[in-house]
Design a protein around this ligand. Sequence first.
Ligand code: FES
Ligand SMILES: [Fe+2]
Length: 366
Amino acid sequence: MQEATSSPKIGAKSMGVADRSTPLLRNYWYVAAFSDEISRQPMRRTILEEDIVFYRTEDGKPVAVQNRCPHRSFPLHTGRVEGDRIVCGYHGMEFNPDGSCALVPALNTAPKAIRLDAYPLEEDGPLLWIWMGDPANPDYSRLIRQEWCTSPEWTHVKGYMYMKANYLGLHENLMDLTHFPFLHGKWNIARPEHAAAPSKIEEGEGFIRQREVHHDVGMPPALVEAVGMKAPFDREAQHMVQIPGMHQGRQITTDASDPPKADEQHIIHIMTPETQTSTHYMWAMARNNAVDDEELSEQIRVVGEGAFMEDKVALEDIEELVARDHRPNFREKIIKTDEGGIRVLRMFARLAAQEQEGMQEAIAAE
Ligand code: FES
Ligand SMILES: [Fe+2]
């Protein structure tokens, strides 16, 4: 593990940093949807540029198969689910959850040569994960389970936003708390002096973790009352990135009691690439205090959704401007507080290069 060195220098974003031209990472689990989005009604969602249809079998098991009918490319999500099969709305071909063909009505048979790609899925509480690599070899060590998801001691609020921007911008945005007092000024989440709080960054095999401490922060009054906390409050914010599709945040707020009381919250941000310029942005905020307080849940949801919407709009504005403005010599300027985000982009550039190398070797070996 290496500690970050802090440098006062201003640099330019350069080679070795993942961007819109970096191939999307395939050998990972991504959150495809919230579990409650998937029902007996077929649902279409494009992930890593692959059009996929989701539904549930009669006993509630989630299914994900390619949405493109192998016969005439008709979108299967416009068809129907019958029993455990999805039925194409054009000529009625039927497919099993494993992608195999169950029936071609015109031939009254089920040819082995006709089949759909099927995707490994894993349900973890409210999250439905999909493996986008080789379907025969899903790597479960890369599945980041959230223990709060399934614990009765925790409750959460969540939301989905469709974002017309590359997913990497969200990773940069989330490692950077310096934008809070400005982009999210109206929510009183942080004061301008919090922007200058120093960050501690650790980088190890397959992860980047960043921490910062803010003094005298705000707390929702209902939470203060539920935990019996005494102002002023200090907050340690922790950020962890291990896979391309998730940023895990953890906030520990301590008070002025002796000994100090603490409140812990998990905030996960899910960025599942639809394409290089569009992202399924999902988020969830979990707490284990005042879990039955629905009014508090609603307050947290309103602030979370309001602030995350500001990030989404900012990233969409950036994406639109970058697509429109062609300055051959333009390089974004990087300042010290961008270091966490830059490290994440470097990690993804390295992983993408390794993945491409592996694919080339596999092709050569065939
Ligand atoms: S296009 Fe689907 S059955 Fe013909
Ligand atoms: Fe933000």
